[in-house]
Write a protein that binds this ligand. Structure first.
Ligand code: PAF
Length: 284
């Protein structure tokens, strides 16, 4: 596996590969890799010829009171995991390689951000689309892989691709779950024993909500109310931050015959957990 730190070098590498007819797969990450990232890499390995993983902690997507400086980093461990996953290139640029004080374009996301977790992270998605625009130009993938745990990010990135006409397909990868259904997250260790026992009810309630919406012709707002009540009644230790049903990927509270997202965030004492389910009337 090659480790590339330089912008021109990664561009040169992908151009050579494309000239040979290879399809490039791209897994963008901020490092400190876990099972969720490994599932993206497995999917990339299965579906594209040459796979690039980037590890870049993007300062532009952290707010002034967020943890950019202390965000966990472990490059050597990440490198071992990326190599073991059979990836071809690990792109590991410095902040100076990606951002320059000569940059003169600022990107602002105008839709899909003032809902769900976006409301508590102003400017976050502006930073995400800025870095991804740069990374997409450098890596020039045919397919980019994103986890559905952060379904709002997937919706925003789809909007970026559609707006700027990148010739890239997003492959959504399903959330990796514990055997009891709790979405895997490095933050789950912050749950107390009792909270950990309760937390699977979050996904169970989302599944209940999905079945409810499929069986009964409820409006989105009626369904949302019933699922929220059910979750609130099931939680003794957690507190619902939000529970919302929106069209997907538009993230609007309008009735649609297309896909919808049922998404929630739940506060526990030391951690806030998020989870979601995509409801498509085509699936069984
Ligand atoms: O999901 C992440 O880790 C980041 O938001 C991403 C997509 C790598 C952009 O910095």
């Amino acid at each position: 596996m090659k480790v590339i730190k330089n912008a021109q070098e990664i561009q040169r590498f992908v151009l050579e590969q494309k000239a040979k007819g290879h399809k490039i797969g791209f897994v963008p990450t901020m490092g400190f890799l876990h099972e969720g990232h490994l599932s993206l890499m497995r999917e990339a390995k299965r579906t594209t010829d040459i796979n690039v993983v980037s590890v870049f902690v993007n300062p532009a997507q952290f707010g002034p009171n967020e943890d950019f400086e202390t965000y966990p980093r472990d490059f050597e461990h990440d490198k071992q995991l990326v190599e073991a996953a059979g990836m071809d290139v690990l792109f590991y640029p410095s902040v100076e390689e990606i951002y320059s004080d000569q940059d003169l374009i600022q990107m602002t996301v105008t839709k899909r951000t003032n809902v769900l977790c976006g409301t508590s992270r102003p400017g976050h998605f502006d930073g995400v689309v800025t870095v991804l625009t740069k990374l997409f130009h450098l890596v020039q993938p045919s397919v980019a892989y994103f986890g559905m745990k952060d379904a709002q990010q997937v919706a925003v990135v789809q909007g970026l691709i559609d707006t700027l006409k990148f010739p890239i397909r997003i492959q959504r990868v399903q959330t990796v779950r514990e055997s009891d259904g709790l979405a895997k997250s490095s933050r789950n260790v912050r749950l107390s024993t009792d909270e950990r026992q309760e937390a699977p009810v979050i996904y169970q309630t989302l599944q209940w909500g999905r079945d409810l919406m499929k069986q009964e012709g409820l409006s989105m707002s009626e369904a949302e109310k019933r699922v929220r009540e059910k979750l609130e009644a099931s939680l003794k230790l957690g507190k619902v931050d939000y529970l919302t049903i929106l069209s997907y990927p538009e993230l609007e509270p309008k009735e649609t015959s297309g896909e919808k997202i049922l998404a929630t965030a739940v506060f526990y004492k030391n951690v806030r957990l998020i989870d979601n389910i995509i409801i498509s009337h085509q699936e069984d």
